[in-house]
Design a protein. Structure first.
Ligand code: F6P
Length: 474
């Protein structure tokens, strides 16, 4: 029987240490819902890190047993692997480079060695879980070397790779001391997917300029195989968000929040803590809105949810401090007894409470400096059951390629953002519903299930084409 093995750095379930022992909770992120239909199917498995340092052998066995029952296989990482492979090479070298923050990129041979070693560890874990006929789907920048490692061990295997973050221009990639190894690592796959055509073009350009390989119509010919490359814009589980927004619980939360906010209009911002998300820039724009359009004072509040992330990495700690300071300063300057300009939350919210926030927001403010896709924009759209509300979206989020009915802004142009915020708050209802209906049709149709199906069917085709090529007589 052919099975599918999903591999990502993080498992869809995370292990937590609580007063009552180890607990199992869903991880943040949209991938798990989309791939749930695959990895929970008969015999399939998801290989990844359970999100916590587990050293004790008995605990590791317990975690493995618990996860096995739910079709997952853990890769346990040591504290130094988490520091050097995850916080180090993945998030201090690749993450800033791929998001065009080269000034933050660290080049450290020791973290590179850890990255190679942990990719090898994942390779062994996948090999232990899979047979030669299985399909293996590898995800994201933490595992760029894994496709080639798997290919060496299983030359005939069907291997897909999807990158969830931007693939940057050749000029960024060429700065990486390990650029050749990283590109060759990805080329172990039969099909490589990106969110947008620009990321795909950048990848093809890097492969041709750095490896000298021919690339024609999204196909790369290596001396031994052909590799297919394509764009697959990721979607969300639309119905899950629409249902959550329609739920009794969300409506009740909304009522409570509205009463607490005394009828203020709502601008909503939801992100993981990350310098790529433009959170500080967004706060400055909101401050300028209150300066330039004093009529909004007392009338509009920014609800800003920042989900803690990568808090051991220095840049993330510095950003947290900057946000705390900005929020404090703006609130201190403008607040009244009855009104707060910014309602800031540094934590994650349960789905029904998020749904209530999405429901009540007049404006969804999604203004990353760089973002592979941005699923929050799509969640906001799916939650707008009455189709009222305006999405302001950065043109540098992958989602902007699809969501042309959003108000698209350049996140470096603060004046434009301030004016767009004002325009969104005064947009006639008819225009809001027209734009929202167009975006809902698109986000509903290309949901995460369609995304998964499309990738898997193209992977099968890419492999079949390769087999046919292999049987053509020379
Ligand atoms: O956007 C890329 C990504 O790796 C997602 O897959 C993930 O949900 C998110 O960043 C959070 O990353 P981390 O696993 O480092 O918390």
């Amino acid at each position: 029987m052919t099975r599918t093995i999903i591999v990502s750095n993080r498992l869809p379930t995370k292990v937590l240490r609580t007063d009552d022992g180890l607990a199992f909770k869903p991880s943040e992120g949209g991938l798990a819902t989309g791939l749930g239909s695959i990895y929970k199917a008969e015999g399939n498995v998801w290989v990844g890190w359970p999100g916590m340092f587990v050293e004790d052998a008995a605990e590791q066995e317990f975690v493995t047993e618990q996860l096995r029952a739910d079709s997952m296989a853990p890769v346990f990482l040591t504290e130094s692997e988490i520091r050097d492979y995850y916080e180090g090479f993945s998030n201090e070298t690749l993450w800033p480079t791929f998001h065009y923050f080269s000034q933050y990129a660290v080049y450290d041979a020791a973290t590179w060695e850890a990255y190679v070693a942990v990719n090898e560890k994942f390779c062994q874990a996948v090999l232990a879980q899979s047979g030669p006929d299985d399909t293996i789907w590898v995800h994201d920048y933490q595992l760029l070397l894994l496709p080639q490692m798997l290919r060496k061990a299983r030359p005939q295997a069907t291997i897909g790779f999807f990158l969830h973050i931007p693939f940057p221009s050749y000029e960024m990639v060429r700065a990486l001391p390990w650029r050749t190894q990283l590109l060759e690592g990805m080329l172990g796959a039969d099909l490589i997917g990106f969110h947008t055509f620009s990321y795909m073009r950048h990848f093809l350009s890097s492969v041709s300029q750095l490896l000298g390989l021919p690339t024609v119509n999204g196909q790369i010919d290596t001396p031994t195989r052909s590799v297919q490359v394509d764009a697959f814009p990721m979607g969300i589980d639309y119905q899950r968000f629409a249902d959550a927004a329609a739920s009794e619980a969300a409506q009740q939360h909304e009522q409570v929040y509205r009463e607490a906010l005394h009828g203020a209009r709502i601008v909503l911002s939801i992100d993981r803590l990350d310098y790529t998300k433009g959170i500080a820039e967004r706060l400055r724009a909101f401050e300028l809105l209150l300066q330039r359009f004093p009529e909004w004072r007392g009338q509009v509040s920014l609800i800003m949810v920042v989900v803690p992330s990568r808090d051991q990495v220095a840049q993330y700690q510095a950003l947290k401090e900057e946000i705390d300071e900005l929020v404090g300063r703006i609130n201190a300057q403008y607040r009244t007894i009855a009104w707060s300009p910014i309602q800031y939350f540094y934590r994650s919210f349960p789905l029904e409470e998020l749904a209530a926030l999405y429901r009540m927001a007049d404006v969804g403010l999604v203004t990353p400096i760089r973002d592979g896709m941005n699923l929050v924009a799509k969640e906001f759209i799916a939650s707008k059951l009455d189709r009222r509300g305006v999405l302001i979206l950065s043109e540098r989020a992958g989602a902007a390629r699809e969501l042309s009915d959003a108000l698209l802004i350049n996140p470096s142009d603060t004046d434009q953002l301030v004016q767009t915020l004002h325009d969104a708050l005064v947009m006639p209802e008819e225009e809001q519903t027209q734009r929202m209906a167009e975006m809902q049709a698109l986000v509903r149709r290309y949901d995460v299930f369609a995304w998964t199906q499309l990738f898997m069917s193209q992977l099968t085709e890419a492999k079949a084409r390769q087999r046919n090529l292999a049987t053509v007589p020379l």
